[in-house]
Design a protein around this ligand. Structure first.
Ligand SMILES: O=P(O)(O)OC[C@H]1O[C@](O)(CO)[C@@H](O)[C@@H]1O
Length: 430
């Protein structure tokens, strides 16, 4: 199960205030459970774990196996919740140094012209053996109209049709809402394979739908284990939500007492994709009506040598969340050397994981002394089962905590503002 260590935050909180606020967390959990809070038609991320759709999981596995067999490159084309979760899972469970095999690339998550130009050049360039690259594309957009994604999709699919002719339609997969929107029109016209994003699940809560599951399965990750990890966490927290309520209570009290930032990070670089995923999950859910903790991210030790200074001695308005892995998948012993010119001989016999652990403990001690409350969220091991649990743990914690703020966790009205201003400048007709 997902464990937490909140001692480093509780010391900043008065016991009486904690007990009183915990009751609010219980009420907020009841709102989620009974679907009685604002945005209660957006709770499909719970429904899918209560009633798993095994037929869909199997369809995704079959399709992913076929893509893995035939593709050199698989492009995930989406923005926000349409790609962040898959990227986080893939980066956490694959090493990035596999070398040969299927390459996973991303598009549609920004409008950088150079990036897309260079990506297209790369796709067009032949493989080492001189053969053309076999490219597959998964466009993921619930609305089907997000401009960043739609433009990248237009660019890549136009080239794929030119390059592969009729075969292109077997290489393009679309994941979108049940009906409506231009993407559904394109799918109908071209005959692309389609996966549906359920209407009651918003983008940032959609990683355990085909949005995340198809790309993750294509990356060779066992989606059954991932999915049923989330189911296990769902079942556990239905009867025993204590850890979630504790976490939400602490976050709520710190927010109420004037804290403004949550610096989310890890000493494990492979968890940083999840820092980005959590950033969107929390940010779009709580940042409304003048409320919310700004979710910043920090990768350690790297960022101890940049924003570490600020965390230690800057404005005292931040808490810190650390994702911890107890047992590493793999580890490395410090190299033994006959001489000790580099004066590191005292570390011989230790592993990098052990030393990283000391770096983490030392940092937590320093940050606590510097007045920064620290919450640790702990995975026993980095595997598909624990990651599935972690995903649901955060989804539920987010919903409970945001209900405590008396805010609808499931909409993001503010995101429209930049779109409208951009469309005006681009001269889009209504
Ligand atoms: O899947 P779509 O409709 O392209 O939206 C992408 C993302 O944009 C948002 O609606 C706003 O950022 C996110 O919630 C969503 O994940």
């Amino acid at each position: 199960m997902i464990k937490t260590d909140v001692d480093g935050a509780r010391q900043f909180i008065d016991d009486e205030e904690y007990t009183k606020t915990y009751e609010m967390a219980e009420n907020a959990f009841r709102q989620v459970e009974q679907a009685s809070g604002p945005g209660n038609n957006w709770l499909g991320w719970r429904r899918i774990l209560k009633e798993p759709n095994d037929a869909e999981l199997e369809r995704i596995e079959r399709h992913a196996a076929e893509i893995r067999k035939n593709a050199d490159i698989f492009i995930i084309c989406g923005i926000g919740g349409s790609y962040t979760g898959a990227k986080a899972i893939i980066e956490s469970l694959t090493s990035g140094f596999e070398g040969s095999g299927l390459e996973i690339l991303y598009a549609g998550h920004h409008m950088g012209g150079r990036y897309l130009h260079d990506l297209m050049e790369y796709l067009k360039s032949p493989r080492e053996d001189g053969e053309p690259k076999r490219v597959y594309l998964n466009v993921i957009s619930k609305s089907g109209s997000t401009l960043e994604t739609a433009l990248a999709f237009r660019t890549i699919r136009a080239w794929m049709h030119e390059e592969y002719g009729d075969e292109a339609k077997n290489r393009i997969v679309a994941t979108t809402g049940e009906s409506g929107g231009v993407l559904n029109n394109i799918i109908e016209e071209e005959g692309y394979a389609k996966y549906v994003i359920p209407g009651d699940i918003g983008g940032r809560f959609s990683v355990l739908t085909p949005v995340g599951l198809l790309p993750v399965a294509v990356a060779g990750i066992d989606i059954q284990t991932l999915y049923y990890g989330a189911v296990a966490e769902y079942e556990l927290t239905e009867s025993d939500p204590g850890k979630i309520l504790e976490y939400a209570t602490i976050r709520y009290i710190l927010h109420k007492n004037g804290y403004a930032l949550d610096v989310i990070g890890s000493f494990e670089p492979e968890m940083m994709g999840f820092a980005a995923w959590t950033q969107q999950l929390l940010g779009e859910s709580e940042g409304k009506e003048g409320k919310g903790l700004f979710p910043a991210t920090a990768s350690y030790s790297t960022d101890l040598h940049s924003i570490g200074q600020m965390i230690q001695q800057g404005q005292r308005n931040m808490l810190e969340t650390l994702f911890v892995i107890e047992k590493p998948i793999s580890d490395l012993k410090i190299t033994s050397m006959s001489d000790n010119t580099d004066e590191l001989g005292y570390l011989e016999g230790k592993t990098f994981h052990e030393i990283n652990h000391s770096a983490q403990e030392g940092t937590v001690q320093a940050h606590l002394e510097g007045g920064v409350p620290v919450i640790r969220v702990i995975l026993e091991k980095l595997n598909a089962q624990q990651i599935g649990r972690f995903i649901y743990f955060y989804e539920l914690m987010t919903a409970v905590y945001v209900y405590m703020l008396d805010v609808n966790p499931f909409n993001q009205p503010g995101v429209e503002n930049y779109k409208q201003a951009m469309y005006r400048l681009l001269g889009k007709k209504d």
